[in-house]
Write a protein that binds this ligand. Structure first.
Ligand code: DGT
Ligand code: CA
Ligand code: CA
Ligand code: ZN
Length: 601
């Protein structure tokens, strides 16, 4: 299956009215690549669009902001040349890429639908289209149920049943929500816009965005104002508002970019904290909070916390969130923990953890260079890391098994390490030693078990990430066994993206994560929270389980470009939702301490 293909991929593009986000542009490039590949176009041309997609996806700042800044240019980014810069201008100006329009006319709609199924890349779709008459996803589902697909060359029974379950995955609406990262760009554009309105005293976002969830269903905005109707007029005039869904006195909803709904409420100053708390949720958290209030003779709603006495209802809190929580005898709870997953017990005892922040991060332990499938050279990655205030990084290019990325064999790896030695020497001669480069590798966990490079080679590395990219369809027993072997290898420092999932695009492989966690604790192997917004694994629940078992986490960007280093904040949010503190994460440590933690003997 193509699901075995190692990529940091993007889900397939779906057509919408207006384009603003980088993710949208990334999807368009990826989509072009798919269609070109489907048509049997030149591999270099296909790769150029794939690379462009990944590059744009890694840029955190909205491209529109960069275009509008007079002193900046797209070509400031490593990997963006004149041609790509021009395409980006076209996309931002017109919302379209002429080339894609043409491809869309040439390729039937069903091809687009089929390619949304995890594991069905252009090649498989082409084979299916040639062999079976398909006009919709339902036709393919029926063909699988009737066993027709398993009769095709290169498919088989197992592939057929995987396709069937992946069709269900593609059809599930939970897998078409916006990624947090993408919602975040829209939130920032919106807040900037709302701040331009004279009637707005204060504006904040709430809901799942504020809780840092992996994906966001709709965006919730809260405004403080005395003139709600002026605020509503300004809101609906936003250039990216597709249409107005509901307009009321205190609540208005619009359809925004990428079809996302934005709910905006206007409240008075005295209720702002209560409303912000209420609309941040989660629902489960709020239900628990309300019942707690009730037990204390209080009632809570979006206007405040009130007490009933002889003289009637009296509001006792509402202006700030802090006083709302205080009114029910709790310390303030960070939004990322508001899921009713144990935060009330902690807050009652003043034991809310001091959650990790981006400022705690000193190093980044997973990234790629042009030696394999990265867009930036070693030197460019180092410079970018210094610019971001990092004190150390590990260069972890792919090993040889990942042929698509021109993975490194021992010879090329040692060459890279020599270059790192030289660069470290020259950095050491600078004042204060800005950064130390660790000699690393992302070694593949092979299908048949074992690792892609010998222990002898790995023993010379400073940091070894072991990741599973191939054979993702194996049984839980097999996959768990492969991961356990890697965890137990004395030279493996960390397991990369431990579940292999791509949010909205590919389900995780089958693995008994609790066993992997327990073994990681025994063998002092770290587990990764991959900060790429499509990955974010380990997720909050398993990262919390890892902490519980005494495993140290590494939050790593897996950057494939210099801009890719900026996704660290997405990993931080996942870690915060897991309740992690700086001390639970190895790359918050000074380098010497990191080395001590890793002493396995
Ligand atoms: P989403 O949009 O699906 O990603 O998830 P949320 O958590 O943003 O959910 P949403 O937008 O429906 O509502 C935002 C918050 O507002 C939610 O977490 C709790 C609160 N909320 C909204 N409507 C109600 C309601 O009818 N009852 C209660 N208790 N809370 C509500
Ligand atoms: Ca929401
Ligand atoms: Ca909402
Ligand atoms: Zn990687």
């Amino acid at each position: 299956m193509a699901a075995d293909v190692p990529d940091c991929g993007t889900p397939h593009y779906r057509s919408i009215a207006s384009i603003v986000t980088n993710a949208e542009i990334a999807l368009i490039f990826d989509h072009v690549a798919d269609l070109l590949e489907y048509q049997g176009s030149n591999v270099f041309r296909v790769r150029a669009y794939r690379n462009a997609s990944r590059l744009v996806q890694g840029i955190v700042e909205p491209l529109a902001t960069i275009r509008d800044a007079s002193d900046r240019s797209f070509q400031d980014f490593d990997g963006i040349g004149k041609d790509l810069a021009q395409k980006l201008e076209t996309l931002l100006d017109s919302g379209q890429l002429p080339m894609l329009k043409q491809l869309e006319e040439e390729v039937p709609q069903v091809v687009f639908d089929l390619m949304r199924v995890p594991g069905l890349g252009p090649k498989k779709v082409k084979l299916l289209m040639a062999a079976i008459e398909l006009e919709s996803l339902d036709d393919l589902e029926r063909a699988c149920q009737e066993g027709k697909v398993s009769l095709l060359k290169g498919f088989g029974k197992k592939t057929e049943s995987t396709i069937l379950s992946n069709i269900a995955f593609a059809k599930n609406p939970d897998n078409s929500r916006l990624l947090w990262n993408e919602a975040d760009q829209i939130v920032h554009l919106l807040i900037e816009w709302m701040k331009e309105c004279q009637a707005v005293q204060q504006v904040e976002a709430a809901g799942s965005w504020r809780r840092g969830k992996e994906t966001v269903g709709d965006i919730d905005l809260l405004v403080e104002s005395h003139q709600p109707s002026d605020v509503m007029n300004h809101f609906v005039a936003w250039e990216h508002a597709d249409h107005v869904m509901v307009r009321g006195d205190t609540k208005t909803s619009i359809r925004g970019p990428r079809g996302i709904q934005v709910d905006m409420r206007v409240v008075e100053k005295k209720s702002f904290g209560a409303a912000w708390q209420y609309f941040t949720g989660s629902k489960e958290h709020n239900i628990r909070l309300r019942s707690r209030a009730k037990r204390l003779g209080l009632s809570i709603n979006e206007y405040g916390v009130s007490q009933l006495d002889q003289s009637g209802e009296k509001i006792v809190a509402g202006q700030s969130e802090k006083e709302v929580y205080k009114a029910v005898g709790l310390e303030w709870i960070p939004p990322e923990l508001r899921e009713n997953h144990g935060e009330f017990e902690l807050a009652e005892n003043d034991q809310i953890p001091k959650l990790i922040t981006l400022q705690d991060i000193r190093g980044d332990l997973h990234m790629h260079t042009t030696a394999t499938d990265g867009e930036a050279t070693l030197l460019e990655m180092v410079t970018a890391a210094i610019d971001r205030g990092l004190r150390y990084i590990a260069i972890t290019d792919h090993s040889k098994r990942v042929t698509m990325a021109r993975g490194l064999d021992a010879t090329r790896l040692f060459e890279q390490w020599e270059a790192i030695d030289r660069l470290n020497e020259s950095l050491a001669s600078e004042e204060g030693i800005p950064l130390v480069i660790l000699k690393g590798i992302e070694v593949d966990i092979l299908e048949k078990g074992g690792l892609d490079l010998s222990d002898e080679v790995l023993s010379h590395a400073d940091w070894v990430v072991a990741s599973l990219h191939y054979g993702q369809q194996q049984s839980q027993e097999q996959i768990t066994g492969r991961l356990l072997d890697a965890v137990c290898n004395p030279y493996v420092s960390c397991i990369g993206h431990p579940t292999g999932r791509l949010i909205n695009r590919r389900p995780p492989y089958k693995v008994d994560l609790q066993r992997v966690i327990n073994a990681a604790a025994d063998h002092v192997t770290c587990l990764e929270i991959n900060a790429n917004p499509w990955r974010l694994d380990l997720d909050d629940r398993f990262a919390a389980a890892a902490k519980e078992a005494g495993v140290k986490l590494a939050i790593s960007t897996d950057a494939h470009s210099t801009a890719g280093l900026d996704v660290m904040r997405c990993g931080i949010l996942q870690a915060r939702r897991a309740g992690l503190e700086a001390k639970d994460v190895v790359n918050t440590r000074p380098l010497q301490e990191l080395r001590n933690v890793l002493q396995k003997t």
